[in-house]
Design a binder for this molecule. Structure first.
Ligand code: 0A1
Ligand code: ZN
Length: 849
């Protein structure tokens, strides 16, 4: 391992930096292997700080010279940074360093992608560019001069000068270094403009590699919609003369909200109907919005330290979800978010990687850009809004922006604006930020003399480092249905604050059927003993769209669990209930498509484990296949009509309406393929004129064990398109039959187009394998070994992407002793690799613990 003793950083140890930065001037002389960075930084002592150590972070830098107030100095330099003695008065620090972007494969700091210079500074990448107090509570204005013989030279803020081979940018808004960005390359712009509500004209540019111009229009429209929405809904205006977005092929994450210069993974911004699916379009719209919304929630108001990451991420995810709900269908968005939460956050919260929404310690902050911080962080904000109401939420947000603009804040600051606007005491609510683990809420009912009593109990299982949990504030949205299906009580929010609490409803004519946790009002696991008939009743009648879907999902889940554990046959409650919903043409096609979905095999494994049953991946796979087959047969007559939904009128539009129809049509085609062996899918493949339909047909063929010819044709058609080729790699592995998955994955790693240093390509293949539950858990252990081989290979090249991919192993303790032994052996093999990165070391040791 690289660090003999990895250091742990604690929230409780926070102290402010000893100096305030008044201005930063940077000059870059770009060269692939010897970029020179000159910095001139005005410091002054921070009256609020007692520790006056002058330590500047700096890693992988060659220090050429340094001076203080013009006098050369020789600082003490280590591989983490430097210290120097400085005056007890304002002073100017100057330094020159040399860096090697051409050999920066970690994609953190200044690096190169296809000849283009690009930066990624969040969380701690700026220290690989120059010596600096690289912490989010140190904010300053930046002026940046870029010298380089490239047509496009970009940085944050407004352009303030330009000539042949140089450009200067000035960012008037104080910002932490993690929001710094620089881009230089041979790029072309898709340009547009936006006028803010106070009349500021903003130039908008989406910069891409020549050849990608045709994939910009959708992203640009999404940007303009986001700018308008943030004005309309949050009263937030853009604050610079230009907003630039750059697409880059090599990027560890989705995108980055650098001030005025957002940098996007090309997969998160480039789109065209021929090359992108409806789901890609929706994701792009959401990510553009997310990064844009960060301009206020993240940039104007930033985080005091990285423990507060959820302050910007939870809130910004919540805001982008509101945006998507407004642009598309709110129930569909909510259901999709809950599906994602259960697939990605619940396993994290219920396994060795569990951590609070606001972690209290870390070794490598890059390992905490997690579903818990982001998605559970957003759920916590949703609960707060539910508890205080829409009006108070709006007031609290206004106060937040007014009180904290220009500051680096904490969760305490955030909660205080809610306390001050509502007079509520949020100290118990705050446990959502400090307690890890998913609370279980158990439901008991009682009925006597026209009074219905609902008793709710909560408990949260222990998580690493947190053996005991205290009760949390859980908003439980409840409605009551009468025996004929009419709603007898509309939605009301019960506040569960005790370990066990009863709520009564009086004056009812008959025992009602409760619809609990409407809209998924809290990120908990609801334990409710309902019979299949009761679930079917809710599936038919619930007026809350989320809970109606949830009733179908619960029926499907219980059906599958019965098939797995008791060899039960698929019951008619599920099949008939589903059929009735599918027949109801008044229901949104997108919603019906969601109804056809099933829990993932990994989720089922988690549920079995929770019930004390060791999950058998093959048994789970078989049950899902059997239920799918039974569903296809049961709905046989209806399927052609459902499938015809995907043939929409008019030109392709990736909007909610058309994409919902295609989603339903594709789900129907998947069932049809089970009955006709893929005959119709082959026809559909041949006539598909957009990627959504092409890929759905190809998926059906692959699942039917066919599609060899189509796969080859697809390759020939799209081999020049990087993003489509990611799909080609991913699909084959994700859809391979369990027995063939490890071998197919291994063979693809030998493919000349498997450019494993590109994070998108690596993730497509290895992520596809991890998603293929039964294939990944192949009893031979071949998939575990293959993934471990590649993690070991990637780690020295790109620790961040390696560490993130380690989470494929996080659920390992659910499985049988043989599989556990196989996985443990691979985890140990990774851990024992010489010079393993800090990122991967931390992940593997937490997973193994
Ligand atoms: N702040 C970005 C995500 C992001 C985080 C870390 C990165 O590098 C380690 C890159 C991007 C967002 O929330 O979109
Ligand atoms: Zn974000």
């Amino acid at each position: 391992m690289r660090d003999a003793a990895p250091t742990t950083i604690y929230l409780k140890d926070y102290t402010p930096f000893g100096y305030i930065v008044d201005s930063v001037h940077l000059t870059f002389d770009l060269a692939p292997h010897a970029t020179r960075v000159k910095s001139r930084i005005a410091f002054r002592p921070n009256p609020e700080a007692s520790d006056k150590t002058f330590f500047l972070h700096g890693e992988e830098l060659k220090l050429i010279r340094a001076s203080i107030d013009g006098a050369e100095v020789t600082p003490d330099v280590t591989d983490k940074g430097l210290t120097a003695s400085v005056p007890d008065a304002p002073f100017v620090w100057e330094a020159e360093v040399e860096i090697d972007p051409g050999n920066n494969t970690a994609l953190e700091g200044l690096y190169m992608s296809n000849g283009m210079y690009c930066t990624q500074c969040e969380a701690e990448g700026f220290r690989k560019i120059t010596y600096y107090p690289d912490r989010p509570d140190v904010m300053s204005t930046f002026t940046v001069r870029i010298n380089g013989n490239l047509p496009v030279l970009l940085s944050n803020g407004n352009p303030t000068g330009k000539g042949k081979g140089w450009a200067e940018w000035t960012d008037p808004w104080p910002k932490p270094a993690y929001l710094f960005a620089l881009v230089a390359g041979d790029l072309v712009a898709h340009s547009d403009g936006f006028t803010t509500k106070s009349g500021r004209h903003v130039d908008l540019n989406l910069w891409v590699r020549p050849g990608d111009e045709g994939k910009c229009a959708f992203g640009m429209e999404a940007l303009k919609k986001s700018m308008k929405w943030d004005e309309d809904v949050y009263g937030r205006e853009y604050d610079l003369d230009v907003f630039n977005i750059v697409a880059v092929d090599d990027f560890n994450m989705g995108a980055m909200e650098n001030k005025g210069l957002n940098i996007f993974n090309s997969s998160a911004v480039l789109a065209s109907p021929e090359t992108s699916t409806d789901a890609n379009f929706e994701r792009i719209e959401a990510i553009i919005a997310h990064e844009y919304f960060h301009n206020w929630t993240g940039n104007r108001i930033t985080c005091r330290d990285w423990f507060q990451l959820c302050l910007k991420e939870g809130l910004t995810v919540f805001r982008d979800a509101q945006f998507t709900s407004d642009m598309r269908s709110a129930p569909v968005k909510r259901i999709n978010d809950v599906i994602e939460l259960r697939a990605r956050q619940f396993p994290e919260d219920n396994g060795p990687l569990a951590h609070p929404v606001r972690p209290e310690s870390f070794q490598e902050i890059n390992n905490f850009y997690t579903a818990t911080v982001y998605e559970k962080g957003a759920e916590v904000i949703g609960m707060l809004k539910t508890l205080v109401g829409d009006e108070a939420y709006a007031k609290a947000l206004d106060l937040y922006f007014e009180r904290h603009d220009g500051q680096a804040c904490t969760i305490e600051d955030w909660l205080k604006v809610f306390e001050d606007t509502t007079g509520r005491d949020l100290s118990q609510f705050k446990r959502w930020y400090s307690q890890a683990g998913t609370p279980r809420v158990k439901v008991e009912e009682d009925w006597a003399d026209g009074t219905y009593t609902l008793t709710l109990s909560q408990s949260t299982p222990p998580t690493p480092g947190q053996p005991e949990k205290l009760p949390q504030v859980i908003p439980v949205a409840v409605g009551l249905l009468g025996p004929n299906g009419d709603e007898v009580r509309g939605t009301e929010v019960l506040e569960l604050t005790d370990a066990r609490q009863s709520f009564t409803f009086e004056g009812l004519a008959a025992k009602p059927v409760p619809s609990i946790l409407r809209g998924f009002s809290a990120p908990v696991i609801l334990e409710q003993d309902s019979t299949p008939a009761q679930r079917a009743f809710m599936l038919a009648h619930d007026t809350d769209p989320f809970n109606r879907w949830e009733a179908g999902r619960a029926l499907a889940t219980e059906t599958l669990l019965g098939m797995i554990t008791r060899d039960a046959a698929p019951g008619s409650d599920y099949l008939d209930g589903l059929l009735a919903v599918m027949r109801d043409d008044a229901l949104d096609p997108a919603y019906r498509a969601l109804m056809l979905g099933l829990p993932t095999q990994s989720e089922l494994a988690g549920m079995l484990h929770d019930k004390g049953v060791t999950p058998d991946p093959m048994a789970i796979w078989t049950a899902v296949e059997t239920l799918r087959q039974a569903t296809a047969q049961h709905m046989q007559d209806l399927l052609p009509r459902l499938h015809s939904q995907s043939l929409v009128d008019g030109p392709y539009r990736p909007d909610a309406e058309q994409s919902g129809k295609r989603a339903l049509g594709s789900a129907a085609l998947a069932l049809i393929s089970r009955l006709d062996g893929g005959t119709q899918a082959a026809t559909e493949y041949a006539r598909a004129d957009n990627m959504t339909l092409q890929l759905s047909a190809l998926s059906c063929l692959l699942k039917s064990g066919k599609g060899e010819a189509e796969l080859a044709a697809f390759y020939e058609q799209w081999r020049h398109d990087r993003l489509v080729m990611d799909k080609w790699f991913g699909l084959q592995v994700a859809l391979a039959s369990p027995d063939r998955a490890p071998e197919i994955a291994r063979r693809l790693t030998e493919h000349p187009d498997f450019n494993w240093k590109n994070p998108n390509r690596f993730r497509a293949l290895m992520g596809g394998l991890a998603m293929n539950h039964a294939g990944f858990h192949h009893a031979s252990g071949a998939s575990y070994e293959l993934l471990a081989d590649w993690l070991i290979r990637l780690d020295p090249v790109n620790p961040q992407t390696t560490a993130r991919m380690c989470s494929a192993f996080q659920t390992w303790k659910r499985y049988d002793a043989d599989r556990q032994d196989l996985i443990r052996a691979q985890l140990i093999r990774i851990a024992e690799t010489p010079d393993l990165s800090r990122d991967t070391t931390e992940m593997i040791s937490r997973i193994l613990a």
